[in-house]
Design a protein around this ligand. Structure first.
Ligand code: GLA
Length: 388
């Protein structure tokens, strides 16, 4: 997205809709995760990159105590006053801005009445983290009204709290963190317990290609929370033997060999995915550091198989998309990305092969499924910022 151009357009919309000039415009990106899936809430490692799809949000303070939000994507309004702001989700797109507002108010921030307009191009329900991008863009806007700035990791934690306690999806920290702290041309290796992160530069001759299966996922109340509960069940079994295991991040493959038989098979498999994928994320960052793309690709392939067979959170369309990718020249690695149960695959591809790759995978997918996929050539991008 050209955020400058979109912000300009949205400022005009804002003026038309609210009869006021916006006092600020802010953007926050979606993300793609290269490796380390569902490991974030287990305190493990992930390696996401922010992408050049984003949500832009404009804001202006009001004289009254109304909180008015307009979605240019849905052409819909939502409004509350200081006293009528609901304390939890109403299953609406406006849960995201209002959830963030609710959390900032819980933090004791004085947010005056405001008018806000939102416009984004992160595909919805595609596993590219449209939710975190809207949370973080609106958070920046609300912070500007309260004349506050916060470090990226703190902003991420507050946005995650909005998602967990207000929207009601028990996500980890990955999406909000990368939406706040992404760096152009880089993925980040993030330790989801300490929130320490390290740049993982994507080689300039490698393209980031995202293939959307067009199979939508919906996390709210669904399989995502079930997986998280299974992971917690596994943690409880292991920590009954080794109390220092607070999160699966602390467990080793050997722990699982020793005590895995005490778990139902599905729980054992979920744990095996988490423990090995967190290790793979670290190994992948090391491989990128050494420029060992062959190893990186191998790890991505193993990660996909683990997500499919042990975590059982892929879908046949994503498996097909990865199979098609694996046959193409120039592929470094391919796997499903994000929360799972649909959504997108991420593909690292040598740039001279990128165009042919995109065409061949799209064509093969359409032939076999009858579904025309969206294929995006993306760039690793910066995190949230004020625009203009
Ligand atoms: C969703 C969640 C993240 C993470 C991923 C899976 O995107 O928001 O916290 O758990 O799924 O890796």
């Amino acid at each position: 997205m050209d955020t400058e151009a979109v912000a300009k357009e949205l400022r005009e919309t804002h003026r038309k809709v609210f009869g006021q000039d916006a006092t600020g415009a802010f953007s926050a990106p979606g993300r793609v995760n290269l490796i380390g899936e569902h490991t974030d809430y287990a305190g493990g490692f992930v390696m996401p990159a922010a992408i050049d799809f984003a949500t832009v949000c404009t804001v202006s303070p009001r004289e009254d105590d109304r909180y008015e939000v307009y979605s240019a994507n849905f052409d819909e309004h939502a409004a509350f006053t200081r006293d009528t702001l609901p304390a939890k989700s109403r299953q609406s797109w406006s849960d995201y801005p209002f959830g963030v507002l609710h959390v900032l108010r819980e933090e004791g921030m004085e947010i005056p009445g405001f008018s806000m307009s939102i416009l984004g191009d992160v595909p919805l329900g595609a596993g590219l983290s449209s939710s975190a991008s809207i949370e973080v863009a609106t958070e920046l806007a609300l912070l500007s009204l309260a004349a506050k700035t916060l470090p990226g990791p703190e902003m991420a934690l507050l946005a995650q709290r909005a998602e967990n306690s207000y929207v009601g999806v028990n996500t980890g920290i990955m999406d909000q963190f990368i939406a706040c702290c992404g760096k152009r041309d880089n993925a980040l290796l993030l330790d989801c317990r300490s929130l320490e992160s390290k740049l993982a530069p994507i080689p300039p001759n490698i393209d980031l290609i995202i293939c959307n299966t067009m199979v939508k996922h919906a996390h709210a109340g669904g399989e995502y929370n079930t997986r998280r509960a299974e992971v917690e069940q596994a943690t409880a079994v292991l920590s009954s033997h080794r109390p220092e295991i607070k999160l699966l991040r602390d467990a080793t493959p050997e722990d699982l060999e020793q005590w895995g038989h005490e778990m139902p098979l599905n729980v054992l498999k979920r744990a095996r995915h988490i423990i090995t994928d967190s290790l793979r994320a670290q190994a992948a960052a090391a491989a990128l550091d050494r420029g060992d793309l062959r190893e990186l690709g191998k790890l991505m392939g193993e990660a996909h198989a683990s997500f499919r067979d042990d975590f059982e959170a892929s879908c046949k369309e994503a498996d097909l998309m990865v199979e098609l990718a694996n046959k193409q020249p120039g592929l470094v690695g391919a796997r499903i990305t994000g929360g799972g149960f649909g959504g997108c695959t991420v593909n690292l591809v040598e740039d001279q092969h990128a165009e042919a790759f995109a065409g061949a995978v799209a064509q093969g997918y359409e032939q076999q499924t009858g579904i025309k996929p969206d294929v995006f050539r993306c760039h690793a991008s910066d995190g949230a910022q004020r625009v203009g």
